[in-house]
Ligand binder design. Structure first.
Ligand code: HEM
Length: 172
């Protein structure tokens, strides 16, 4: 939600997809979740930029540095850009080592399917039934994206957003 509120283009695109699929089916339901190609890319991109459980001890680089000057695996690696996963063969199975939000190998997360379903379904509900805006006239560039490390990584500042109920019946 934080990445999408920072980029209204992505929010709009994900919302349009969710509303098209679920309005047609007349309800939000997990059986249609695989039709949400863009929303799934949003979740993938979120787990790329913000892995909930980075492996090993977390470290932070003390200096700005450039490694070989050429991003080998990701184009514009720091950018939140879900489109990079559309039509990509990279999945969650841990066979692409540049993307292992659930780990890899024998100890890969056994709860990934359940975890993803919860995230995707919850996000679908939030996008389908509400429009979202920042409080107090806050600008999206002002949103603090600092993360803190614990057992899992999370936002340092809680995210406050204003939901505006949406119903296709009341739109013009
Ligand atoms: C989006 C949600 C989730 C993320 C991002 C996530 C991520 C991870 C990661 C990165 C690991 C370490 C894998 C490794 O050592 O290579 C892990 C392990 C594990 N996860 Fe998850 N997980 C999620 C949801 C869940 C859920 C819903 C469950 C249980 C219902 C679960 C159960 C476990 C267990 C038991 C392990 C330890 C596996 C082992 O060491 O053999 N996870 N998870």
């Amino acid at each position: 939600m934080a990445e999408m509120i920072r980029d209204p283009r992505v929010m709009k695109k994900a919302q349009t997809e969710v509303r098209e699929v679920f309005n047609e089916k007349e309800r939000v339901d997990e059986i249609y979740i695989n039709e949400l190609k863009y929303l799934k890319s949003v979740v993938k991109e979120t787990l790329r930029l913000h892995p909930a459980a980075p492996l090993l001890l977390q470290r932070e680089c003390g200096h700005v540095c450039e490694i070989n000057g050429d991003p080998k695996y990701w184009i514009e690696p720091e950018r939140f850009y879900p489109e990079r996963f559309m039509d990509s063969s990279i999945d969650y199975k841990g066979s692409n080592f540049e993307y292992i939000p659930f780990g890899a190998g024998r100890r890969i997360c056994p709860g990934s399917t359940l975890g993803l379903l919860h995230v995707e379904l919850t996000l679908s509900f939030l996008l389908c039934h509400f429009d979202w805006k920042l409080p107090n006239g806050m600008n999206c560039e002002e949103l603090d994206m600092t993360e803190i490390f614990g057992v899992t990584v999370r936002r340092k500042q809680d995210l406050y957003l204003i939901p505006i109920a949406y119903s296709p019946l009341f739109t013009t």
